[in-house]
Design a protein around this ligand. Sequence first.
Ligand code: GSH
Length: 209
Amino acid sequence: MSILLYAAPMSSATPVVHALAELDVPHERVSLDLSAGDQRRPEFLALNPNGKVPTLVVDGTPMFEALAIITWLGESFGVARGLWPAADAPERLEAMSWATWGYVTFTPAIARLNYATSDRVPRELHSPAMAEHTHRELQALLGLVDQRLATRRYLLGDAFTLVDLIVASAITYSTFCGVPVADHPHVKDWLRRFQERPTYRRAWGVAAA
Ligand SMILES: N[C@@H](CCC(=O)N[C@@H](CS)C(=O)NCC(=O)O)C(=O)O
């Protein structure tokens, strides 16, 4: 099988780079320069009409959306490696819920916060009221993760899986956007363990301590 990943440093492709490293799946990687507009070249748009990374090409067939890509990687390579639940395990249902929650519920709340506050967004779109509302919303969502981690070491049980990778990547990004985890001790401890993984450090470009 040939697997080719189009990525860019510190982008939505980073969790996919990290997942491929955890799974130890042989692949090739092409790094796009987003500031130079590589993602808008016709040959790339033919693979992903959105013009975004990550884009994965499997035996010539392109895939886009990080959630779809990591789910496919989990199903294809993760079950044998203990990083994704088997199709008939009850944890598979939980995996689908929490992975989707990470991308569809938590990550859009970070985007709303960025729209309300970020220097990279035009000031006329900023909204202190929206920022305050979204900060409260994100703290409530972190509370749900904290509650889950109060009774298990990782989101699905005793072992790290790609579901932890998905949700912890989103929460790591939210901390960069100014969302504190200090009030959520279980999240704080789990996030520290996630960020200590050598694969995390390599994928996110963090120098070893
Ligand atoms: N929902 C997409 C988001 C992908 C995305 O927004 N990628 C950004 C980098 S973080 C990108 O490629 N931007 C290039 C552009 O918009 O021109 C996913 O999760 O895969």
